[in-house]
Design a binder for this molecule. Sequence first.
Ligand code: ATR
Length: 281
Amino acid sequence: MTINNNTRLIGLIGSPVEHSLSPSIHNALYDIFDMNFVYMTFDVKANELQKAVEGMCALSFAGFNVTIPYKQEILKFLDDIDEEAKMIGAVNTVTLHNGNLKGYNTDGMGFIEGLKRMGFNPLNKDVAIIGAGGASRAICVYLLKEGVRCIYLINRTHQKSLELAKEFNSQYNSEIIIPIEKQELKCANLDLIVNTTPVGMWPQIYGNPLEDFKFCAHTVVVDIIYNPKETRLLQEARRQGCTVQNGIDMLIGQALESIKLWTGIDISYNHCKKILEGNIL
Ligand code: ATR
């Protein structure tokens, strides 16, 4: 990687940021694909978000990523927000053109691309999503955009899934999102199950959000966790004949969608995965 007068900066703002894999992923890709960008992380204090954004504008950053705890708070500093990001209520990617800041949420985009790479088309499909937090919202919005038939929503705090369903159903003027209790979930008509909770993530790797569940082999099961690469949920689903996908697809996918927004360059997922796997991931 050569840094010269034309090198453009891309930032990640959040707190904490030191465990993020994004700098390794982005800088490896910029290097290999000969893109004159550098990706840097910035741990921004609670009352300094505005200053951080102004600083990136003043320094002509190409754009930036936003992570916890600023994915919602960043909205008030943006000039424009993409339709889906607005509905999700959270932004993880900001583009900066001539001082104009536009926010996007590439998590949902990366997730959908991962499904499509498996040959799974969400149109008219029945889906179950576990969790009702930020990741769940991003995935719900993009699945709705793709025309799913229904989404069963299961969450530890049931009230939160009721609220999310009410909010999204009223925006779509439909009853597509159906909040249910975990014990009501039956595999029979499910085309897809997605875990968006941290249950099963390192170091609590023995956790399984669907303990003792009887899967049907036709159901595709996705866990957005990437550490470990195969969670208990995926191990069990695969053992029962399901096709499974881990969170690496979404992790790489959201990075590639962000790069496309900042640079216009569309990097091949498979090429990228080969570069990152066993090295960074
Ligand atoms: P993210 O942005 O990663 O989605 P989040 O917004 O904090 O993170 O949401 C985390 C989700 O995982 C929530 O749905 C949370 O359930 P609650 O609404 O009950 O908090 C769920 N979750 C977190 N830890 C969990 C656990 N140990 N068991 C079950 N669900 C859990």
